[in-house]
Design a protein. Sequence first.
Length: 162
Amino acid sequence: MELYHNRRPERALTDFREILQIIDRGRYMTLALCKDNKPYLVTVSYVFDSENYCFYFHCANQGRKIDYIKANPVVYGQILEDDEYIDGKCLHAFKTVQFTGRAEIITDEECKRKALNMLIEKHERDVERSKIRFMKQGKIEKTIVIKILVYDFSGKSVKRDK
């Protein structure tokens, strides 16, 4: 894979702890997928598993995301932390994390259960009620969980002047 340098090195995020904090604070990531030389961009809610260096998200058991991932499991993703437009400077303050990875549909029920628990714990307000509702036998089998094993991370930041 060809690596590019950051044209503005002062904006590069080089502290991996900061990259992990942005990932942890984020709720959505945008994924670039490709099939038959046709791109597809999709935004999903996610959770990051730092022990296994991967993201998880869930989706319907059929549709464009699944078709694209089955055709080409290589994905490129981005998580954006918006810090708003800086008026008068023609500039936007933000932090982004980009990553390359390989997507796979999880078939192992234990792994799927773990990922769904992590997603619920990150996104739901009433965690216990949501686990009772969504972790029922029969529901888990119908839910598709995608794992993205991350190959590399990079990041960029434009900060507001203090």
